[in-house]
Design a protein around this ligand. Sequence first.
Ligand code: PEP
Length: 262
Amino acid sequence: MSRKPIIAGNWKMNLLQEEAKELFLAVKGYIKDYTKEQLPIIVVAPTFTSIAAVESCRCNCGCREKLFTSAQNCHWESKGAYTGEISVEMAKDAGCDYIIIGHSERRQYFSETDEMINKKAKAILAGGLIPIICCGETLEQREAGETDNHIAGQIRAALDGLSEEDIAKSAIAYEPIWAIGTGKTCDADEANRVIAMIRNVVKEVSSAKAADSIRILYGGSVKPETIEEQMSKSDIDGALIGGASLKADSFISIIDKTMKLN
Ligand code: PEP
C-alpha cells in the first residue's frame, strides 16, 4: 500500500512568536502553488507559546489541509493539578492535529518512561489527534548489538492496548539518539532495516493492516542532501527534522525534494 509521506519539523525550544510566524509563512508561501495531493503531509511543532501565533497564520486559503500543527508533548490526564503540563484537549484547542511523544530528549532529560508514553498515546488517540511516537537507541546500545531489542521493546510498550484502527492512524519516528543534532545521519539502508523491523513488530502486536498503514519516519540530522536517499527506501515514510526545520530554505528544500519523489 502507498502511504502518504509526512515531513515534520520539530522546532524544540526555539523561535519566539514572530520568528515562528515568519518561518511558518515562508512554508505557507511555498506550498500555495501545490495541491494537497501533490504535497507530503507537512507538520510543524512549535513550542507551546508559539502554537497560537502559528495558528493565526492558518486561514481558509486551503493551507489548513496542507500544513498541520503539532505539540511537542502533552500530559495524559485531561485536566487538574499538573503544573507546567498541557492536556490533549488544550493542544487540540490551540489548533494541533498531531502531538510528538517520547522524544529522546524527553526520555533523557525529563525521565519519561515507556509507560508514560503509552498513556499519552492513548489519550492523544482518544482525543482525536495523531501521536508521533519517537523511539531510538543510544550509541552504546547500538555498539552492544541491542538496537533491535531495545526499539522493539519501546514500540511494544507504546502500542500496548491500542486498537488496530488507532495504530493504523498513528505515526512512529525512528530516531537513533546518536544521530540527533550531531550531523551524523544513520545510513539509509540501516534506517530502512530498523524501520522494517519496527513495522514487523507492529504486525506482531496488531495486524498486517495496521503495519501497512502506520507511517514510520526517520529522524536524526536529516538535511536537504540526505532526504532523497532516505525517501527512496521501501519502509521510510517521511522525516522528523530538528535543526534543518528551523530554517525556511532547508525545510522547504526537504519538502520540495520529497514531493518531487512522489
Ligand atoms: C529531532 O530532534 O527530532 C531531530 C531529528 O533533530 P535533528 O534533525 O536536529 O537531528
